[in-house]
Ligand binder design. Structure first.
Ligand SMILES: [Fe+2]
Ligand SMILES: [Fe+2]
Length: 176
């Protein structure tokens, strides 16, 4: 475990499957009439499905799935960083927003390393598992804390602007 991973684990211990499911169910309720949050939830589900598909695959098929996953994660994270995290900073705290940006940066580095490895090898599987766990924990923080804070505390005009801008940013970057 890296130094940063140890700090992250101490601050936010890994959530159980049940905790992650409860956070998602709670956000699904809050996200009604909040298009940015509904878009984020739909993208999180696509990301999870691509991790599962990559784990099942081998060779060129798995490599194509990882490329699609990387493009989707990059488009998703760019839109969050530009539109959502400034509101996380305002309504959930600067430390939370800082952690969120940092986790995106680490995931981009890890994904680039994964794409250089041969699919199906042990090293590839270990890195895929590591990235999937990190992304699961990040998604849990978003769904369980950061996004609920924004929905509860950001004024309605800010949330409406976020919904329009999140969609525009995502569509601009998404080629997956
Ligand atoms: Fe994120
Ligand atoms: Fe996200």
């Amino acid at each position: 475990m890296s130094f940063l991973d140890r700090i992250a684990a101490a601050i936010a211990p890994a959530a159980t499957d049940q905790q992650r499911a409860e956070a998602r169910a709670q956000l699904e309720q809050l996200a009604a009439n909040e298009p940015f949050a509904e878009d984020i939830l739909a993208q999180h589900r696509r990301i999870e499905a691509l991790f599962a598909e990559a784990r099942e695959g081998n060779g060129a098929g798995a490599q194509a799935t990882i490329t699609e996953l990387a493009m989707l994660l990059n488009a998703h994270s760019m839109a969050e960083e530009a539109v959502v995290y400034p509101e996380v900073s305002a309504h959930s705290g600067k430390a939370h927003a800082g952690m969120a940006y940092e986790e995106h940066a680490m995931t981009k580095v890890q994904l680039a390393e994964l794409q250089k490895l041969a699919p199906g090898t042990q090293e590839w599987r270990e890195k895929l598992d590591h990235i999937e766990s990190a992304v699961q924990q990040h998604v849990y923080q978003e769904e369980g804390s950061w996004l609920p804070d924004v929905i509860r505390y950001a004024p309605v005009d800010a949330r409406q602007r976020m919904s329009a801008e999140f969609k525009a940013y995502f569509e601009r970057f998404d080629r997956s």
